[in-house]
Design a protein around this ligand. Structure first.
Ligand code: PMP
Length: 391
C-alpha cells in the first residue's frame, strides 16, 4: 500500500488484515445462519475480553459516546446522585451525559495530568449517598490511568454501581471486571478492540441489570433502551436471529474475527505486550528530552503516550512534519493545555516496529523544527526498552 501512513493516534488505530477483510465480504442478512453464529460467538468472546464470565454483553451500532449514553440512559433517573472520578475530557463528558438524564453529579477533580486520590474519593463517598460512580479507565485526553480495582472496591463498599469507561482501555489495559466488582464496562470498536469505528460495546453486570429492572420510569432514550436490546442480545447468544434495529453486519463479522484473535493471543500476553510497547514509546520520548503529561509514571496509561512539545517547537508544524514521514499523530485534547502536547496511540495490532518508525518520524520532525538532540537517541532507547518484543 504505497500511500499508506502509519496511524498512531489514540483511535482509530492500525487494524489486522483479516479484520479488514471481513468488512469487504458480501453482506448477509442479519438473520442469516452465518451471521447469527458470528454474532453469538462475538458476544460470548466479549466475556473473555472484559474478563466477565457472568456479564451480559451488548453491541450497538454507534461510537463510544453512544455506549456512555446507553449506560447513563438505562441506569439514571432524574434526581439520582452520581460521583464522577474526573481525570480529564472524557470524564467530563460522562458527567455531562449523566446530567442530561437528570443525575445530580459531583465531580472529584485533580490537576490536569494527575488523578484524584483514593482518599479524596472515599471522603466524597462518606459525605453523601451515590447511586453510581463513574471511572474513566484511561482518559485519552491526559493519558492518565485510573486505579480501577481500588476505586471499584470503594464504590462497592459504599453501595454504588461501578461504571467504567473503558474506551481507551478494554483489551489494552488490565481490566478484570468480575473480580474487581465492576458493574458495567463499556468501550468502542476502534481502539484496542481492533475493529474500525462504528461499534459501541457494553458488558453489563447483574447488579446493573437488577437496577435497570427496578426502574419505574421509562428510559429517556428510545434507541438505547435496554428493553429493546436485551432480548436481541440474548437471542443471538442462544444462536437465534432477532431484530430491533438492523445490526452493522460487516462490522460485527469483523468484531468476531478480532475478538477471536485477541483471545488467541491471550489476555495476559496481550496486556503484557501493551505494557512493553508503552515502555518502548515512553523511553524513546524521554531519551529525546521531552516530558510527558501524566505527572507521575504510575499515573501513565499503556495505550497512549502524551509528550509535551519542547520549548520553541510549534505543534501544528511538528505534526505536519511527522505526517511527511508517513506517520499520523494526534494533537492535544484537554482544552486547558491543548496546544502544549501531542498524543501517540499504541494499542491493538501495534508492533515494536510501528513504535520505532513513529519515534524515528518524531526525531525527523523535531530536528526539522530546530530542536537539538543526538540523532537516533530516541529510537535506540525505544529499541532497548522494547527488546522483549523483537524477533
Ligand atoms: N471515552 C474515552 C476514554 C475515549 O477515549 C473516547 C474516544 N476517544 C470516548 C469516550 C468517546 O468515544 P467515541 O469517540 O467513539 O464516541
Amino acid at each position: 500500500m504505497k500511500n499508506r501512513t502509519l496511524l498512531m493516534i489514540p483511535g482509530p488505530v492500525e487494524f489486522e488484515p483479516k479484520v479488514l477483510a471481513a468488512l469487504g465480504e458480501p453482506t448477509t442478512s442479519h438473520l442469516a445462519a452465518d451471521f447469527v453464529e458470528a454474532f453469538g460467538q462475538a458476544l460470548q468472546d466479549m466475556r473473555g475480553v472484559f474478563e466477565s464470565p457472568s456479564g451480559q454483553p451488548m453491541v450497538l451500532a454507534g461510537s463510544g459516546t453512544l455506549a456512555m449514553d446507553c449506560a447513563a440512559a438505562n441506569l439514571v433517573k432524574p434526581g439520582d446522585k452520581a460521583l464522577v472520578v474526573d481525570t480529564g475530557y472524557f470524564s467530563e463528558r460522562f458527567a455531562a451525559i449523566l446530567q442530561r438524564y437528570g443525575a445530580i453529579v459531583t465531580r472529584i477533580t485533580a490537576p490536569a495530568g494527575s488523578r484524584p486520590s483514593l482518599g479524596q474519593v472515599k471522603a466524597a463517598l462518606e459525605l453523601d449517598t451515590y447511586k453510581l460512580i463513574t471511572i474513566t479507565h484511561v482518559d485519552t485526553s491526559t493519558a492518565v490511568i485510573a486505579e480501577v480495582e481500588q476505586l471499584a472496591a470503594l464504590g462497592r463498599q459504599y453501595g454504588c454501581l461501578v461504571i467504567v469507561d473503558g474506551v481507551c482501555s478494554v483489551a489494552g489495559e488490565a481490566l478484570k471486571m468480575d473480580a474487581w466488582g465492576v458493574d458495567l464496562a463499556l468501550t468502542a470498536s476502534q481502539k484496542a478492540i481492533g475493529v474500525p469505528p462504528g461499534l459501541a460495546l457494553l458488558m453489563i453486570g447483574h447488579r446493573a441489570i437488577a437496577a435497570f429492572e427496578k426502574r419505574s420510569l421509562p428510559v429517556l432514550n428510545y434507541y438505547a433502551d435496554w428493553t429493546n436490546w436485551l432480548p436481541v442480545m440474548q437471542a443471538y447468544a442462544a444462536r437465534k436471529p432477532s431484530y430491533f434495529g438492523t445490526p452493522p453486519v460487516n462490522l460485527i463479522f469483523a468484531l468476531h474475527v478480532s475478538l477471536k484473535q485477541i483471545l488467541e493471543e491471550g489476555m495476559k500476553k496481550r496486556i503484557a505486550r501493551h505494557i512493553t510497547i508503552s515502555q518502548a514509546c515512553k523511553a524513546g520520548i524521554k531519551a529525546l528530552g521531552l516530558t510527558q503529561i501524566p505527572f507521575q509514571p504510575e499515573f501513565a496509561a499503556h495505550t497512549l503516550t502524551a509528550p509535551r512539545y519542547p520549548i520553541g517547537v510549534d505543534g501544528p508544524e511538528f505534526l505536519g512534519k511527522v505526517l511527511q514521514s508517513c506517520v499520523t499523530l494526534a494533537g492535544g485534547l484537554l482544552p486547558s493545555m491543548r496546544g502544549e502536547y501531542f498524543r501517540i496511540g499504541h494499542m491493538g495490532a501495534v508492533t515494536l516496529a510501528d513504535v520505532l518508525a513513529t519515534i524515528s518520524a518524531i526525531e525527523t520532525a523535531l530536528s526539522g523544527c530546530g530542536y537539538e538532540f543526538t540523532p537516533g537517541i530516541g529510537v535506540d532507547a525505544a529499541r532497548v526498552a522494547g527488546k522483549k518484543l523483537a524477533r
